[in-house]
Ligand binder design. Structure first.
Ligand code: WT7
Length: 673
């Protein structure tokens, strides 16, 4: 792949204006001024966010928008009381949306002719009733307490958002684990959250097969037990009707639990403090241990509401489709809470973009008249490999905004997306944000009534109310067009409150790098600005990979590898990939007496799948060496291994202990290339 930095720099001056927006464009200087006015000082930041906070429902309004007396533990809308479930259901009904479709769900399998077999449409009233019933069940049958965390291992079925709303209603919290994670990864997350209850499904359809989720949960529960943590109940939603292992004293069907809960049961909505927490979501860091990003109630709600308006320009007649899985933050924020608190119709689907063929998404856009579409660059690059007729034979003219997220979008992919999905007349942008930021932080702002010009591959401008900077290692600002580290130098409402049970790690990881300079949120990303002040994120600056948009630490992969009895040492680096963005290359040193072989590769892949899950395992490349290149003090020189995989110059090798290891790595890489 071309050097992403050079490819993006070529686009700095390339201002694109979709024809239907030609009379609604900011002069960049005007936007710059408008933006600057919202971040001048603490008061202007507060004023900007309060304007939006005033548009949503509160049981009690806040006393102070931002309490920054104990940085970096910023508190937003202090004294305010609201509830995410109330915002997404009760409040919508109060505004007259009772019979409006809230969620359209389309399942797999899909018939030969591309028509869906199963579609469920839930109105706001349906959401209200069912989440009330779930809340009643959680409270009365399971004795779930306010502040208790429940772990979810559910696929993309409507019961997942229903459960989320039920949990929020009673003030409990969810920890949702992506259903592509392994039993081991699930177990670690169940134990860390101390969850008594795990909610799962029997199975799920994916690419024409049924995956047995319940069996994975059973393995996870077993691991928990061995470690001394007891899971009291596993609640199973029936989806695929597949055969599953069953333990009478522990497992219970969701439908049995719900059978005698009245159809119109009402559970009073907990009045949550704005600064209570609403959920945790685990994400990868640079060490082996996943981090539980802990999000708030009020600040998170205001951030989502604002960005839905500003960036998606959400209106009552929109059909909004974010293709993510709810197991990731993108799904939490922009399938469930964001769209629902705006009274939108949000789509969710079961399956994959390339089954039964690559037309599935285009067909769905036509079928439901989708107007706003949000997906990942890796999916766009996959679709790009097939003839355009696969997509253009469907009518996608309803689309007016199409965005991407998860990793940088190369200009070529942007152009394809803008042309083939967007017929060169939509707002098309790459919105930058992270699990930790709660919601989007950059864009072109159609919701302001006028946009800043599009540029292929850019992330646009920081949103109003938020200041970003690009710094070098010493904390100096770098010039436009130069690469540095992206930092956020003002607090924003959606930001994580802390890391679950680990406030010190929170401070170290996010605010440690520029400690001597002040409280700068360190993103871990490389980025540059252009002369217009647009942000261009280039990729991770740390040992985190983005594999098909999924975030995974190389340390997690390495510790998974060395947990295999035949592995002595392992080093993982990322190599750029034209479709996946990055793929993990793992150099493995086997124990004495164990011989490298194709069987060994398969065995290790199986092990990787069992410890981390298929997302990582399916793309990983494993190769064998006798030694790893190390410094004289014994640190693995990953930089060299990456250079080998990328076929690049090795750079400075003066600290290298032995050249032999690099030669070996080269040979090993040749074998698997
Ligand atoms: C990392 C966060 C919350 C969105 C889903 C990913 C990368 C995310 C972009 C973008 C370039 C992006 C960054 C970031 N990233 N969006 N539009 N352009 N890079 O959330 O798994 O927490 O990953 O994804 O590297 O730090 P995540």
């Amino acid at each position: 792949m071309a050097d992403p930095m050079e490819a993006m720099k070529k686009e700095f001056e390339n201002r694109i204006i979709p024809p239907s927006w030609k009379d609604r464009v900011w002069e960049i200087e005007d936007y710059r001024k408008f933006h600057e006015d919202t971040i001048k000082d603490k008061e202007s930041i507060e004023k900007w966010w309060e304007k939006w906070a005033n548009e949503i429902f509160w049981f009690r309004k806040w006393d102070r928008a931002l309490d920054d007396s104990n940085p970096p533990f910023y508190r937003w809308f202090v004294g305010g009381e609201t509830n995410l479930a109330y915002l997404c259901t009760d409040w919508q009904i109060e505004q007259g949306r009772k019979n409006k479709v809230a969620i359209i769900w389309e399942g797999e399998p899909v018939k030969e002719n591309g028509e869906p077999v199963e579609v469920r449409k839930l109105t706001y009233y349906d959401l209200y009733r069912e989440s009330n019933r779930i809340a009643a069940m959680l409270k009365d049958k399971l004795g779930v307490k306010k502040d208790e965390i429940l772990t979810f291992y559910l696929p993309m079925i409507p019961e997942l958002p229903l459960f989320m709303l039920g949990v929020q209603r009673i003030g409990a919290k969810h920890s949702i684990v992506f259903s592509g994670f392994s039993a081991q990864a699930l177990a670690v997350r169940i134990m860390d959250a101390g969850a008594r209850y795990v909610v799962t499904a029997d199975g799920v359809y994916r690419r024409g097969k049924v995956l047995n989720l319940k069996a994975i949960v059973d393995d996870a529960v077993k691991i928990c037990e061995q470690e001394g943590h007891k899971v009291e109940k596993v609640i199973v939603v029936k989806r695929a009707g597949n055969e599953i292992p069953w333990n009478d004293s522990r497992d219970v069907w969701f439908e049995d639990l719900m059978a005698d809960i009245g159809k119109n049961v009402k559970v009073e909505c907990e009045k949550m403090g704005s600064e209570d927490f609403s959920f945790i979501l685990y994400t990868s860091g640079t060490t082996g241990r996943p981090k539980g990003a802990q999000h708030s109630v009020g600040g998170y709600a205001v951030h989502l509401y604002t960005t839905m308006k500003l960036i998606f320009d959400i209106k009552d007649d929109d059909i909004f489709w974010c293709t993510a899985d709810i197991g990731w933050i993108t799904g939490h924020s922009y399938i469930v809470y964001g769209p629902l608190m705006c009274g939108a119709t949000t789509m969710m689907y079961e399956g994959a973009p390339d089954f039964p063929d690559v037309s599935r998404w285009a067909a769905m856009i036509e079928r439901y008249g989708v107007t706003i579409f949000y997906t990942a660059p890796t999916a766009i690059r996959m679709l790009m490999r097939f003839p355009e007729e696969n997509y253009t034979k469907y009518d996608m003219s309803t689309l007016r905004i199409i965005h991407s997220v998860g990793e940088p979008i190369n200009p070529e992919a942007w152009r394809w997306y803008y042309r083939v999905f967007g017929r060169e007349d939509v707002v098309c942008s790459s919105t930058w944000w992270m699990t930790e930021t709660g919601g989007m932080l950059t864009d072109h702002f159609p919701g302001l009534g006028k946009i800043i010009p599009l540029k292929p591959g850019t992330n646009g401008y920081p949103i109003p109310g938020v200041r970003m900077e690009v710094l070098d290692d010493e904390g100096n600002s770098v010039k436009p067009g130069e690469r540095g580290y992206l930092v956020i130098s003002t607090p924003w409402p959606g930001m994580l409150m802390t890391l679950f049970k680990d406030p010190n790690r929170f401070i170290d990881v996010y605010f440690g790098k520029y400690k001597s300079k002040g409280w700068y949120y360190y993103t871990g990303d490389f980025a540059m600005f252009d002369e217009d002040g647009y942000v261009w994120v280039l990729g991770r600056a740390d040992d985190i990979l983005k594999v098909a948009g999924h975030r995974i630490g190389t340390a997690e992969i390495e510790s998974a590898m060395v947990s295999h009895p035949d592995v002595a040492e392992a080093a993982c680096v990322g190599k750029s990939d034209p479709v996946k963005g990055e793929i993990p290359i793992i150099y493995v040193v086997l124990r004495e007496g164990v011989e490298p072989s194709p069987d060994m590769v398969n065995e290790l892949k199986k092990h990787l799948r069992a410890t981390l899950g298929p997302v990582v395992a399916s793309d990983a490349v494993i190769t064998f060496v006798n030694t790893l290149p190390k410094t004289r003090s014994g640190k693995i020189m990953r930089r060299l291994l990456r250079a080998v995989a990328e076929g690049k110059e090795l750079g400075d090798v003066t600290t290298l202990e032995s050249e032999v290891a690099v030669e070996e790595a080269k040979k090993a890489y040749e074998m698997v290339k």
